[in-house]
Design a protein around this ligand. Sequence first.
Ligand code: ADP
Ligand code: MG
Length: 484
Amino acid sequence: MSYVIEGKTGNWEIVVGLEVHAQIISQSKLFSGASTKFGGEPNTQVSLVDAAFPGMLPVINRECVAQAVRTGLGLNARINLESRFDRKNYFYADLPQGYQISQFAHPIVGEGTIEIELPGGETRQIGITRLHMEQDAGKLLHDQDPTRSFVDLNRAGVALMEIVSEPDIRAPEEAGAYLRKLRQILRYLGTCDGNMEEGSMRADVNVSVRQAGEPFRTRCEIKNVNSIRFVMQAIEVEAARQVEIWENGGEVDQETRLFDPGRGETRTMRSKEDAHDYRYFPDPDLLPLVIEQAWVDGLKAALPELPDAKRARFQKDYGIPFYDAGVLVAEQSVADFFETVAKGRDGKLAVTWVTGDLFAALNRTGRTIENSPVSAEALGKMLDLISDGTINGKIAKDVFEDMVETGESPDAIVEKKGLKQVTDTGVIDAAVDAIMAKHADKVEEFRSGKDKLFGFFVGQVMKETKGKANPALVNEALKAKLNG
Ligand code: ADP
Ligand code: MG
C-alpha cells in the first residue's frame, strides 16, 4: 500500500511503530491474589502487595505467564525460557510502590510477525519486536470533588502485556489493519478482551517521516491513543506536522506528544530533555522467571484455531472466497455461527445468508450475533428447506423475515403460512394456461420474436402461484407452451 505525503520539496513516506498495552485476562493480578474485575467499587480489589505495604513480597501469577506465552505463540514469536523483572522507578500518586515492575532487558517473548490485510486483499507482514509483562498502575479520579483528587488502586498491579512492533508500518490504514488483527488474535486466544473504550487495550504511536531512500528520521511518540480511528487520525496529522517542520528547514524533536481528537492535532507532553531516567534494575524480590519447553509445548498444543488458519480452512472446506472467509473469521462468534450453519450444507449458500440477510437483520434490529433473533440451527434448517425443494429461494426471504420477527422455526412458518413450493405440474400448467389466456396479445408478440417477454410470463405465473411455484418447472412449462 502506498501512502504518500506530497510536500513542496518532494514526496514523503511515513514510518510508524506501535507499542500496544494489552490487559491480560486473568482472575487475579500479576503479583497478588486481588481480583482484576472491571468496574468494582474503588479500592475494593487491593491487596497489601498492590498497596505496597512495607515488607510485602510479590508472587508471580502462573496464569498471567501462561497468557503471555499463549500470546507470543499466537504472534509466531520466539518464547524466551528465561526472562526477568526489573523495577522502573518513578513517583506518581497512582503508584504506591514508587516503581513499576516490568520486563526491561529480558522480555518473555522475542521477535514475531503479524500478517495484515489491506483493502484489495493485499497482505503484508509486520514485525513484532517483543512482548513483555508489566504491572498496570492505579487510577486518579479528579472529577469526584471540587478541591481534591482521589486514588483508586483496583487497577494497580493488574497484568499488562506490552507488544512492540517494528517500524514496519507505512500508512494510517496499515496501522488500523495491524491493530484490528492484533485485537482479533488476542480475542481468539482469550488473553485480552481488546476493549479499547474500557482501556484494556491502548496504543502508543511512534511516527516519523522520510523521503525516498533515506534512513529513518527522528520520531515522536503519541501516548495512550484509545481507539483505532484516533490512531489513524493521529498518524495523519502528526506526519503532516513533521513534513511541514522539515520542509521549513526545522528539526523534529524527539518528544512525547498527546493527540487531541477534538482539535485534530497533537501537542507536546514532554520533550526528550525532561525524559525520565527510570533507574532500571533487576527486582531483588523476584527470581528470574524460568519456564520449561515442555510447558510451552503443552500451551501451544492447546491453542485454539487462530484467524489466519481458520480463514484458510473455510476457503478450502466450504469453497468460499478469501474475502468472504475474512469477514466470517473477523469475530470468533461469527465464525462459529457460520460453521454451525454450513456444516454438511452448501457453503456458498450459507455464506450468502450469514453475511447478507442475517447481518442485515442484525443491523436493523440492533442485535449482535450472540443474541441473534435467528439461531444458527434454525438458519441451517431453513437452508435444508431450500435444498430439499420445500421452498424456493424467493419464499425463503419471507420465511427468514418471519423467523427474525417471531423467532419461530422455519418448518412451523412454512406450515402455518402454507408456503410449500408448488411442484405439482398440473397446478403449474393450469397457472401457465390462465396467464397465456389473459395475455393473448403478449403471447402473439412473443411468438413473433419478442423473446424478452419470457421474463414477463415467468413473473406473472409466479404471481399467480403466490411466489410458491418451483421456478425451474415454471420455466419448463412456459417454454413448452409458448413455443408449442
Ligand atoms: P524506546 O525503547 O525508546 O521506546 P524503541 O526502539 O523500543 O524505543 O522503539 C519504540 C517504538 O518506536 C517501536 O514500536 C519502534 O518500531 C518505533 N520506532 C523506532 N524508530 C522509529 C522511527 N524512526 N520512526 C517511527 N517509529 C520508530
Ligand atoms: Mg518504549
